[in-house]
Design a protein around this ligand. Structure first.
Ligand SMILES: Nc1ncnc2c1ncn2[C@@H]1O[C@H](COP(=O)(O)OP(=O)(O)OP(=O)(O)O)[C@@H](O)[C@H]1O
Ligand SMILES: [Mg+2]
Length: 512
Protein backbone atom coordinates (compact mmCIF):
# COMPACT_ATOMS: atom_id res chain seq x y z
CA UNK A 1 0.00 0.00 0.00
CA UNK A 2 2.83 2.21 0.92
CA UNK A 3 4.46 1.42 -2.33
CA UNK A 4 1.27 2.19 -4.20
CA UNK A 5 1.04 5.45 -2.39
CA UNK A 6 4.60 6.37 -3.15
CA UNK A 7 4.05 5.54 -6.77
CA UNK A 8 0.90 7.54 -6.92
CA UNK A 9 2.58 10.61 -5.39
CA UNK A 10 5.39 10.52 -7.93
CA UNK A 11 2.97 10.28 -10.86
CA UNK A 12 1.01 13.17 -9.51
CA UNK A 13 4.25 15.24 -9.22
CA UNK A 14 5.26 14.39 -12.76
CA UNK A 15 1.86 15.33 -14.07
CA UNK A 16 2.02 18.67 -12.34
CA UNK A 17 5.49 19.34 -13.73
CA UNK A 18 4.27 18.40 -17.18
CA UNK A 19 1.35 20.81 -16.93
CA UNK A 20 3.69 23.55 -15.76
CA UNK A 21 6.01 22.93 -18.71
CA UNK A 22 3.09 23.05 -21.11
CA UNK A 23 1.99 26.36 -19.70
CA UNK A 24 5.48 27.74 -20.05
CA UNK A 25 5.82 26.62 -23.69
CA UNK A 26 2.42 28.06 -24.49
CA UNK A 27 3.47 31.32 -22.90
CA UNK A 28 6.76 31.43 -24.75
CA UNK A 29 5.11 30.60 -28.06
CA UNK A 30 2.59 33.32 -27.46
CA UNK A 31 5.31 35.71 -26.50
CA UNK A 32 7.35 34.76 -29.49
CA UNK A 33 4.41 35.18 -31.81
CA UNK A 34 3.58 38.49 -30.22
CA UNK A 35 7.09 39.83 -30.61
CA UNK A 36 7.21 38.53 -34.17
CA UNK A 37 4.03 40.38 -34.96
CA UNK A 38 5.30 43.62 -33.44
CA UNK A 39 8.60 43.21 -35.29
CA UNK A 40 6.76 42.88 -38.59
CA UNK A 41 4.63 45.88 -37.70
CA UNK A 42 7.73 47.88 -36.70
CA UNK A 43 9.55 46.95 -39.84
CA UNK A 44 6.48 47.88 -41.89
CA UNK A 45 6.40 51.24 -40.17
CA UNK A 46 10.09 51.98 -40.74
CA UNK A 47 9.77 50.84 -44.33
CA UNK A 48 6.96 53.34 -44.87
CA UNK A 49 8.89 56.04 -43.10
CA UNK A 50 11.91 55.30 -45.26
CA UNK A 51 9.82 55.44 -48.43
CA UNK A 52 8.26 58.73 -47.46
CA UNK A 53 11.65 60.17 -46.72
CA UNK A 54 13.12 58.71 -49.89
CA UNK A 55 10.39 60.18 -52.06
CA UNK A 56 10.25 63.55 -50.43
CA UNK A 57 13.94 64.32 -50.38
CA UNK A 58 14.67 67.59 -52.16
CA UNK A 59 17.51 65.80 -53.93
CA UNK A 60 16.86 63.29 -56.71
CA UNK A 61 17.98 59.80 -55.59
CA UNK A 62 18.33 56.59 -57.58
CA UNK A 63 20.43 53.46 -57.62
CA UNK A 64 21.56 51.00 -60.21
CA UNK A 65 23.96 48.10 -60.69
CA UNK A 66 27.46 48.60 -62.00
CA UNK A 67 29.31 45.89 -63.88
CA UNK A 68 33.03 45.17 -64.07
CA UNK A 69 33.40 46.86 -67.48
CA UNK A 70 31.96 50.10 -66.11
CA UNK A 71 28.58 49.70 -67.80
CA UNK A 72 25.45 50.03 -65.73
CA UNK A 73 21.99 48.52 -65.39
CA UNK A 74 18.80 50.51 -65.71
CA UNK A 75 17.64 52.28 -62.54
CA UNK A 76 16.52 49.86 -59.88
CA UNK A 77 14.75 52.47 -57.82
CA UNK A 78 14.23 56.21 -58.20
CA UNK A 79 12.57 58.69 -55.86
CA UNK A 80 9.70 61.01 -56.71
CA UNK A 81 11.95 64.08 -56.83
CA UNK A 82 13.99 62.43 -59.59
CA UNK A 83 10.84 61.64 -61.58
CA UNK A 84 9.39 65.12 -61.14
CA UNK A 85 12.61 66.87 -61.96
CA UNK A 86 13.31 64.85 -65.09
CA UNK A 87 9.65 64.71 -66.19
CA UNK A 88 9.34 60.90 -66.36
CA UNK A 89 6.98 58.55 -64.53
CA UNK A 90 8.62 56.10 -62.15
CA UNK A 91 7.88 53.27 -64.59
CA UNK A 92 9.56 55.18 -67.44
CA UNK A 93 12.55 55.97 -65.26
CA UNK A 94 13.03 52.31 -64.41
CA UNK A 95 13.56 51.57 -68.10
CA UNK A 96 16.39 54.11 -68.35
CA UNK A 97 20.04 53.87 -67.36
CA UNK A 98 22.18 56.72 -65.97
CA UNK A 99 23.86 57.41 -69.31
CA UNK A 100 20.47 58.14 -70.90
CA UNK A 101 19.83 61.06 -68.62
CA UNK A 102 23.40 62.34 -68.58
CA UNK A 103 24.01 65.40 -70.73
CA UNK A 104 27.77 65.23 -70.62
CA UNK A 105 28.06 61.94 -72.52
CA UNK A 106 28.71 58.49 -71.18
CA UNK A 107 32.37 58.72 -71.99
CA UNK A 108 32.70 61.30 -69.28
CA UNK A 109 30.50 59.48 -66.85
CA UNK A 110 31.95 55.98 -67.26
CA UNK A 111 35.38 56.49 -65.74
CA UNK A 112 33.78 58.40 -62.91
CA UNK A 113 31.46 55.55 -62.08
CA UNK A 114 34.05 52.84 -62.65
CA UNK A 115 36.52 54.39 -60.30
CA UNK A 116 34.09 54.85 -57.45
CA UNK A 117 35.32 52.86 -54.49
CA UNK A 118 33.49 54.48 -51.70
CA UNK A 119 31.85 57.75 -52.55
CA UNK A 120 32.68 60.60 -54.87
CA UNK A 121 31.13 63.91 -55.84
CA UNK A 122 31.09 65.30 -59.36
CA UNK A 123 29.15 67.79 -61.44
CA UNK A 124 27.29 66.98 -64.63
CA UNK A 125 24.11 67.89 -66.48
CA UNK A 126 20.85 65.94 -66.43
CA UNK A 127 18.71 65.96 -69.55
CA UNK A 128 14.96 66.01 -68.87
CA UNK A 129 12.35 64.25 -70.96
CA UNK A 130 11.46 67.58 -72.61
CA UNK A 131 15.12 68.29 -73.41
CA UNK A 132 15.71 70.81 -70.60
CA UNK A 133 19.18 70.58 -69.14
CA UNK A 134 19.65 70.83 -65.38
CA UNK A 135 23.12 71.24 -63.87
CA UNK A 136 23.53 68.83 -60.98
CA UNK A 137 26.05 67.90 -58.35
CA UNK A 138 26.03 64.13 -57.82
CA UNK A 139 27.22 62.30 -54.70
CA UNK A 140 27.65 58.66 -55.58
CA UNK A 141 28.04 55.89 -52.98
CA UNK A 142 29.12 52.37 -53.85
CA UNK A 143 27.79 49.39 -51.95
CA UNK A 144 27.93 45.63 -52.37
CA UNK A 145 25.11 43.13 -51.90
CA UNK A 146 25.79 39.45 -52.45
CA UNK A 147 28.89 40.14 -54.50
CA UNK A 148 27.06 42.54 -56.80
CA UNK A 149 28.02 46.22 -56.99
CA UNK A 150 25.50 49.01 -56.77
CA UNK A 151 25.78 52.77 -56.99
CA UNK A 152 23.41 55.02 -55.09
CA UNK A 153 23.38 58.58 -56.43
CA UNK A 154 22.06 61.67 -54.70
CA UNK A 155 21.69 64.49 -57.23
CA UNK A 156 21.38 68.11 -56.18
CA UNK A 157 19.97 70.72 -58.56
CA UNK A 158 22.68 73.41 -58.73
CA UNK A 159 20.95 75.67 -61.29
CA UNK A 160 20.88 78.59 -58.86
CA UNK A 161 24.49 78.13 -57.83
CA UNK A 162 25.55 77.88 -61.49
CA UNK A 163 23.49 80.96 -62.35
CA UNK A 164 25.05 83.02 -59.60
CA UNK A 165 28.49 81.65 -60.52
CA UNK A 166 27.81 82.71 -64.10
CA UNK A 167 26.55 86.11 -62.99
CA UNK A 168 29.66 86.63 -60.86
CA UNK A 169 31.87 85.47 -63.75
CA UNK A 170 30.06 87.76 -66.20
CA UNK A 171 30.19 90.71 -63.80
CA UNK A 172 33.92 90.05 -63.31
CA UNK A 173 34.46 89.86 -67.07
CA UNK A 174 32.44 93.03 -67.63
CA UNK A 175 34.35 94.79 -64.88
CA UNK A 176 37.67 93.62 -66.36
CA UNK A 177 36.58 94.76 -69.83
CA UNK A 178 35.57 98.18 -68.52
CA UNK A 179 38.83 98.55 -66.62
CA UNK A 180 40.95 97.37 -69.53
CA UNK A 181 39.18 99.45 -72.16
CA UNK A 182 39.07 102.58 -70.02
CA UNK A 183 41.01 105.47 -71.47
CA UNK A 184 41.83 106.52 -67.92
CA UNK A 185 44.80 104.88 -66.29
CA UNK A 186 43.55 102.62 -63.50
CA UNK A 187 46.11 101.38 -61.00
CA UNK A 188 46.29 99.93 -57.53
CA UNK A 189 49.05 100.86 -55.16
CA UNK A 190 49.88 98.88 -52.05
CA UNK A 191 52.77 99.38 -49.62
CA UNK A 192 54.12 102.11 -51.91
CA UNK A 193 54.27 99.83 -54.95
CA UNK A 194 52.20 99.36 -58.09
CA UNK A 195 50.34 96.06 -57.84
CA UNK A 196 47.81 96.51 -60.66
CA UNK A 197 47.71 98.59 -63.84
CA UNK A 198 45.33 98.55 -66.81
CA UNK A 199 46.39 99.07 -70.44
CA UNK A 200 45.89 102.84 -70.32
CA UNK A 201 48.08 103.09 -67.20
CA UNK A 202 50.84 101.11 -68.93
CA UNK A 203 50.67 103.48 -71.91
CA UNK A 204 50.63 106.49 -69.58
CA UNK A 205 53.82 105.36 -67.86
CA UNK A 206 55.51 104.15 -71.09
CA UNK A 207 55.56 100.53 -69.88
CA UNK A 208 55.46 97.85 -72.59
CA UNK A 209 54.35 95.05 -70.29
CA UNK A 210 52.67 94.83 -66.89
CA UNK A 211 55.85 93.29 -65.48
CA UNK A 212 57.79 96.45 -66.33
CA UNK A 213 55.56 98.51 -64.04
CA UNK A 214 54.19 96.20 -61.35
CA UNK A 215 56.32 95.94 -58.23
CA UNK A 216 57.94 99.32 -58.85
CA UNK A 217 58.06 101.90 -56.08
CA UNK A 218 55.60 104.67 -56.94
CA UNK A 219 57.74 107.27 -55.19
CA UNK A 220 60.49 106.70 -57.78
CA UNK A 221 58.03 108.02 -60.34
CA UNK A 222 55.98 110.60 -58.43
CA UNK A 223 57.35 114.15 -58.34
CA UNK A 224 58.86 114.75 -54.84
CA UNK A 225 56.55 117.74 -54.33
CA UNK A 226 53.61 115.31 -53.93
CA UNK A 227 55.26 112.60 -51.77
CA UNK A 228 54.13 113.93 -48.41
CA UNK A 229 50.52 114.49 -49.48
CA UNK A 230 50.36 111.08 -51.14
CA UNK A 231 51.62 109.32 -48.00
CA UNK A 232 49.07 111.22 -45.89
CA UNK A 233 46.24 110.16 -48.17
CA UNK A 234 47.31 106.50 -48.08
CA UNK A 235 47.53 106.71 -44.28
CA UNK A 236 44.23 108.51 -43.64
CA UNK A 237 42.10 106.86 -46.35
CA UNK A 238 39.01 108.50 -47.80
CA UNK A 239 38.07 109.30 -51.37
CA UNK A 240 40.06 112.15 -52.90
CA UNK A 241 38.87 113.50 -56.25
CA UNK A 242 40.85 115.66 -58.66
CA UNK A 243 44.31 115.47 -57.15
CA UNK A 244 46.95 117.03 -59.35
CA UNK A 245 50.06 114.86 -59.72
CA UNK A 246 53.23 115.03 -61.80
CA UNK A 247 55.08 111.80 -62.65
CA UNK A 248 58.19 110.75 -64.51
CA UNK A 249 57.45 107.82 -66.82
CA UNK A 250 59.70 104.79 -67.31
CA UNK A 251 61.19 106.49 -70.36
CA UNK A 252 61.85 109.70 -68.42
CA UNK A 253 58.95 111.75 -69.80
CA UNK A 254 57.22 114.19 -67.44
CA UNK A 255 53.46 113.72 -67.35
CA UNK A 256 50.75 115.68 -65.59
CA UNK A 257 47.69 113.83 -64.31
CA UNK A 258 44.50 114.44 -62.47
CA UNK A 259 43.98 111.58 -60.01
CA UNK A 260 41.06 110.18 -58.04
CA UNK A 261 42.25 108.16 -55.05
CA UNK A 262 39.91 105.54 -53.59
CA UNK A 263 40.70 103.22 -50.68
CA UNK A 264 40.28 99.57 -51.66
CA UNK A 265 41.55 96.08 -50.83
CA UNK A 266 43.80 94.01 -53.01
CA UNK A 267 44.35 90.33 -52.28
CA UNK A 268 42.88 90.81 -48.82
CA UNK A 269 45.12 93.75 -47.88
CA UNK A 270 44.46 97.49 -47.71
CA UNK A 271 45.36 99.30 -50.91
CA UNK A 272 44.58 102.47 -52.88
CA UNK A 273 43.02 102.61 -56.29
CA UNK A 274 44.16 105.52 -58.45
CA UNK A 275 42.20 106.56 -61.51
CA UNK A 276 44.39 108.81 -63.60
CA UNK A 277 43.64 111.18 -66.41
CA UNK A 278 46.49 112.46 -68.52
CA UNK A 279 46.26 116.25 -68.57
CA UNK A 280 49.75 116.87 -69.96
CA UNK A 281 48.43 118.30 -73.24
CA UNK A 282 45.78 120.36 -71.46
CA UNK A 283 48.48 121.68 -69.17
CA UNK A 284 50.55 122.69 -72.19
CA UNK A 285 47.67 124.51 -73.84
CA UNK A 286 46.71 126.06 -70.50
CA UNK A 287 50.18 127.46 -70.07
CA UNK A 288 50.17 128.67 -73.69
CA UNK A 289 46.87 130.38 -73.02
CA UNK A 290 48.15 131.91 -69.82
CA UNK A 291 51.28 133.08 -71.64
CA UNK A 292 49.23 134.56 -74.50
CA UNK A 293 46.93 136.37 -72.11
CA UNK A 294 49.94 137.58 -70.21
CA UNK A 295 51.51 139.03 -73.33
CA UNK A 296 48.18 140.69 -74.03
CA UNK A 297 48.17 142.26 -70.58
CA UNK A 298 51.81 143.24 -70.97
CA UNK A 299 50.93 144.89 -74.27
CA UNK A 300 48.00 146.72 -72.70
CA UNK A 301 50.15 147.84 -69.81
CA UNK A 302 53.07 148.94 -71.96
CA UNK A 303 51.57 152.32 -72.82
CA UNK A 304 50.80 153.06 -69.19
CA UNK A 305 54.24 151.93 -68.11
CA UNK A 306 55.96 154.04 -70.77
CA UNK A 307 53.96 156.97 -69.52
CA UNK A 308 54.90 156.08 -65.95
CA UNK A 309 58.58 156.07 -66.86
CA UNK A 310 58.37 159.23 -68.91
CA UNK A 311 57.27 161.31 -65.95
CA UNK A 312 60.36 160.77 -63.79
CA UNK A 313 62.51 160.96 -66.92
CA UNK A 314 61.10 164.41 -67.64
CA UNK A 315 61.90 165.43 -64.09
CA UNK A 316 65.43 164.06 -64.40
CA UNK A 317 65.93 165.83 -67.74
CA UNK A 318 64.83 169.07 -66.09
CA UNK A 319 67.41 168.64 -63.35
CA UNK A 320 70.18 167.92 -65.88
CA UNK A 321 69.28 171.13 -67.76
CA UNK A 322 69.25 172.99 -64.45
CA UNK A 323 72.75 171.78 -63.59
CA UNK A 324 74.02 172.58 -67.08
CA UNK A 325 72.82 176.13 -66.70
CA UNK A 326 75.01 176.46 -63.62
CA UNK A 327 72.85 175.40 -60.71
CA UNK A 328 74.89 173.43 -58.24
CA UNK A 329 73.21 170.12 -57.31
CA UNK A 330 72.31 170.20 -53.65
CA UNK A 331 71.16 167.42 -51.30
CA UNK A 332 67.47 167.99 -51.95
CA UNK A 333 67.86 167.87 -55.75
CA UNK A 334 69.92 164.71 -55.49
CA UNK A 335 67.34 163.05 -53.21
CA UNK A 336 64.55 163.81 -55.66
CA UNK A 337 66.63 162.50 -58.55
CA UNK A 338 67.43 159.34 -56.62
CA UNK A 339 63.75 158.77 -55.79
CA UNK A 340 62.78 159.25 -59.45
CA UNK A 341 65.46 156.82 -60.60
CA UNK A 342 64.30 154.35 -57.96
CA UNK A 343 60.74 154.58 -59.28
CA UNK A 344 61.92 153.95 -62.87
CA UNK A 345 63.90 150.98 -61.60
CA UNK A 346 60.96 149.45 -59.70
CA UNK A 347 58.51 149.88 -62.54
CA UNK A 348 60.76 148.67 -65.31
CA UNK A 349 61.96 145.62 -63.38
CA UNK A 350 58.37 144.77 -62.36
CA UNK A 351 57.34 145.02 -65.99
CA UNK A 352 60.27 142.88 -67.06
CA UNK A 353 59.50 140.08 -64.58
CA UNK A 354 55.97 140.03 -65.84
CA UNK A 355 57.04 139.80 -69.45
CA UNK A 356 59.58 137.08 -68.77
CA UNK A 357 58.82 133.58 -70.04
CA UNK A 358 56.74 131.70 -67.50
CA UNK A 359 58.55 129.91 -64.77
CA UNK A 360 56.20 127.16 -63.67
CA UNK A 361 57.92 126.13 -60.44
CA UNK A 362 55.94 126.46 -57.25
CA UNK A 363 57.82 128.43 -54.62
CA UNK A 364 56.95 130.15 -51.38
CA UNK A 365 55.35 133.45 -52.24
CA UNK A 366 54.40 136.27 -49.88
CA UNK A 367 51.07 137.05 -51.47
CA UNK A 368 50.68 140.40 -49.71
CA UNK A 369 54.06 141.64 -51.02
CA UNK A 370 53.15 140.33 -54.45
CA UNK A 371 49.80 142.14 -54.53
CA UNK A 372 51.48 145.31 -53.26
CA UNK A 373 53.92 145.12 -56.18
CA UNK A 374 50.96 144.84 -58.55
CA UNK A 375 49.32 147.84 -56.90
CA UNK A 376 52.54 149.78 -57.48
CA UNK A 377 52.42 148.87 -61.12
CA UNK A 378 48.79 149.94 -61.58
CA UNK A 379 48.80 153.00 -59.34
CA UNK A 380 49.34 155.46 -62.18
CA UNK A 381 46.63 153.80 -64.26
CA UNK A 382 44.24 154.35 -61.34
CA UNK A 383 45.52 157.81 -60.59
CA UNK A 384 44.78 158.92 -64.16
CA UNK A 385 41.10 158.17 -63.47
CA UNK A 386 41.22 159.71 -59.98
CA UNK A 387 40.80 156.35 -58.41
CA UNK A 388 42.67 155.61 -55.23
CA UNK A 389 43.90 152.12 -54.46
CA UNK A 390 43.49 151.48 -50.74
CA UNK A 391 44.97 148.51 -48.94
CA UNK A 392 43.45 146.98 -45.81
CA UNK A 393 45.82 144.63 -44.07
CA UNK A 394 44.07 142.22 -41.73
CA UNK A 395 46.13 139.12 -42.43
CA UNK A 396 48.84 137.75 -40.18
CA UNK A 397 49.88 134.84 -42.32
CA UNK A 398 50.63 135.60 -45.94
CA UNK A 399 52.85 132.79 -47.30
CA UNK A 400 51.38 130.65 -50.04
CA UNK A 401 52.82 128.04 -52.37
CA UNK A 402 52.63 129.33 -55.92
CA UNK A 403 54.00 130.54 -59.21
CA UNK A 404 54.79 134.23 -58.64
CA UNK A 405 54.36 135.50 -62.19
CA UNK A 406 51.04 133.74 -62.59
CA UNK A 407 49.67 135.08 -59.31
CA UNK A 408 50.74 138.57 -60.38
CA UNK A 409 48.84 138.09 -63.59
CA UNK A 410 45.72 137.24 -61.55
CA UNK A 411 45.83 140.43 -59.52
CA UNK A 412 46.72 142.59 -62.52
CA UNK A 413 43.60 141.20 -64.23
CA UNK A 414 41.38 141.81 -61.22
CA UNK A 415 42.63 145.30 -60.36
CA UNK A 416 42.75 146.33 -64.03
CA UNK A 417 39.12 145.18 -64.43
CA UNK A 418 38.17 147.13 -61.31
CA UNK A 419 39.81 150.29 -62.68
CA UNK A 420 38.18 149.83 -66.08
CA UNK A 421 34.63 149.48 -64.69
CA UNK A 422 34.77 152.63 -62.58
CA UNK A 423 33.32 155.47 -64.57
CA UNK A 424 33.84 158.13 -61.93
CA UNK A 425 36.46 158.74 -59.33
CA UNK A 426 36.31 156.47 -56.33
CA UNK A 427 38.15 153.88 -54.31
CA UNK A 428 39.28 150.37 -55.01
CA UNK A 429 39.89 148.51 -51.78
CA UNK A 430 42.25 145.60 -51.67
CA UNK A 431 41.87 143.69 -48.41
CA UNK A 432 43.84 140.79 -46.89
CA UNK A 433 42.32 138.46 -44.34
CA UNK A 434 43.13 135.05 -42.84
CA UNK A 435 40.46 132.41 -42.47
CA UNK A 436 40.96 128.78 -41.38
CA UNK A 437 44.27 128.10 -43.08
CA UNK A 438 43.53 130.32 -46.06
CA UNK A 439 44.32 133.84 -47.10
CA UNK A 440 41.49 135.81 -48.66
CA UNK A 441 42.45 138.66 -50.97
CA UNK A 442 39.50 140.76 -52.03
CA UNK A 443 39.38 143.45 -54.69
CA UNK A 444 36.37 145.69 -54.17
CA UNK A 445 35.39 148.36 -56.69
CA UNK A 446 32.66 150.98 -56.93
CA UNK A 447 32.05 150.29 -60.59
CA UNK A 448 29.07 149.45 -62.78
CA UNK A 449 28.55 146.04 -61.21
CA UNK A 450 27.12 143.02 -62.99
CA UNK A 451 23.70 141.52 -63.64
CA UNK A 452 22.87 137.87 -62.76
CA UNK A 453 23.28 137.02 -66.46
CA UNK A 454 26.74 138.55 -66.61
CA UNK A 455 27.79 136.87 -63.39
CA UNK A 456 26.83 133.47 -64.83
CA UNK A 457 29.02 134.03 -67.85
CA UNK A 458 32.13 135.13 -65.93
CA UNK A 459 35.16 133.05 -66.78
CA UNK A 460 33.72 132.02 -70.14
CA UNK A 461 36.38 132.52 -72.80
CA UNK A 462 35.86 135.64 -74.93
CA UNK A 463 33.03 136.96 -72.77
CA UNK A 464 33.59 140.70 -72.68
CA UNK A 465 31.48 143.82 -72.47
CA UNK A 466 34.41 146.05 -73.40
CA UNK A 467 35.12 147.39 -76.84
CA UNK A 468 38.73 146.36 -76.84
CA UNK A 469 38.46 143.54 -74.34
CA UNK A 470 39.57 139.99 -75.15
CA UNK A 471 37.37 138.35 -72.52
CA UNK A 472 40.25 136.09 -71.55
CA UNK A 473 41.39 137.84 -68.36
CA UNK A 474 39.00 136.12 -65.97
CA UNK A 475 39.23 132.74 -67.65
CA UNK A 476 42.97 132.78 -67.14
CA UNK A 477 42.49 134.09 -63.60
CA UNK A 478 40.20 131.17 -62.73
CA UNK A 479 42.58 128.62 -64.27
CA UNK A 480 45.58 129.97 -62.40
CA UNK A 481 43.77 130.04 -59.06
CA UNK A 482 42.41 126.57 -59.64
CA UNK A 483 45.93 125.27 -60.25
CA UNK A 484 46.92 126.85 -56.95
CA UNK A 485 44.15 124.89 -55.18
CA UNK A 486 42.29 128.11 -54.56
CA UNK A 487 38.88 129.52 -55.48
CA UNK A 488 37.56 132.81 -56.79
CA UNK A 489 34.33 134.24 -55.41
CA UNK A 490 32.37 137.14 -56.91
CA UNK A 491 29.74 139.37 -55.41
CA UNK A 492 28.25 142.16 -57.45
CA UNK A 493 25.43 144.67 -57.50
CA UNK A 494 24.53 146.71 -60.57
CA UNK A 495 25.64 150.34 -60.17
CA UNK A 496 27.01 149.66 -56.70
CA UNK A 497 30.15 147.66 -57.24
CA UNK A 498 31.82 144.31 -57.37
CA UNK A 499 34.03 142.31 -55.03
CA UNK A 500 36.28 139.56 -56.34
CA UNK A 501 37.71 137.40 -53.54
CA UNK A 502 40.61 135.04 -54.16
CA UNK A 503 41.03 132.31 -51.56
CA UNK A 504 44.40 130.54 -51.43
CA UNK A 505 45.68 127.88 -48.99
CA UNK A 506 48.42 129.09 -46.68
CA UNK A 507 51.67 127.18 -46.54
CA UNK A 508 51.47 126.80 -42.75
CA UNK A 509 48.28 124.76 -43.16
CA UNK A 510 49.94 122.41 -45.67
CA UNK A 511 52.72 121.48 -43.29
CA UNK A 512 50.38 120.72 -40.38
N1 LIG B 1 35.03 144.27 -61.51
C1 LIG B 1 34.13 144.09 -62.48
N2 LIG B 1 32.96 144.77 -62.47
C2 LIG B 1 32.05 144.61 -63.44
N3 LIG B 1 32.21 143.77 -64.49
C3 LIG B 1 33.34 143.05 -64.55
C4 LIG B 1 34.35 143.17 -63.57
N4 LIG B 1 35.35 142.31 -63.87
C5 LIG B 1 34.97 141.70 -65.02
N5 LIG B 1 33.77 142.13 -65.43
C6 LIG B 1 33.01 141.68 -66.61
O1 LIG B 1 33.56 140.48 -67.07
C7 LIG B 1 33.97 140.60 -68.42
C8 LIG B 1 35.17 139.70 -68.68
O2 LIG B 1 36.30 140.15 -68.00
P1 LIG B 1 37.73 139.72 -68.49
O3 LIG B 1 38.74 140.28 -67.60
O4 LIG B 1 37.70 138.24 -68.66
O5 LIG B 1 37.82 140.30 -69.93
P2 LIG B 1 37.86 141.87 -70.34
O6 LIG B 1 38.28 142.66 -69.16
O7 LIG B 1 36.56 142.16 -70.95
O8 LIG B 1 38.98 141.85 -71.41
P3 LIG B 1 40.54 142.00 -71.14
O9 LIG B 1 40.78 141.37 -69.82
O10 LIG B 1 41.17 141.30 -72.25
O11 LIG B 1 40.79 143.46 -71.15
C9 LIG B 1 34.22 142.04 -68.61
O12 LIG B 1 34.11 142.46 -69.96
C10 LIG B 1 33.14 142.66 -67.74
O13 LIG B 1 31.90 142.68 -68.41
MG1 LIG C 1 40.04 142.14 -67.95
Amino acid sequence: MNNVNVHGEETEKLRKENDQLKLEIEYLTHELNASKESRVQESDKSDKRFKRLFNHLTDAVYYFKIYDDGSTSTFIEVNETACQRLGYTREEMLTLSPKQIDGCGTEELKPVIKDVYDSITFETVHVCKNGDRIPVEIKTHRFEVEKEMYLLSVCRDITERKNSEREIREAKEQFENIVESSTNGITILQDGKWVFANKAALTLFDAKTKEELLGRNIYDMLHPEFHMECKEIVKNGGIHPRLYRVWTTLSGREIHTEVVSIPTTFQGKEANELIMQDITEQKKSDSMMIQAEKMNVVGQLAAGIAHEIRNPLTALKGFVQLFRSGTIPNEMFLNIMEAELERIDVISSEFLTLAQPANTDFTTVDIRDLVNDVIDLLDTEAFKKSISLVVENNAIETAVNGIGTQLKQVFINLIKNAIEVMQNEGTITIAFENHEGFILISVHDEGVGMSEEQLKRLGEPFFTTKQNGTGLGLMVTYRIINQHNGVVDVESKVNVGTTFTVKLPLIAEKVK
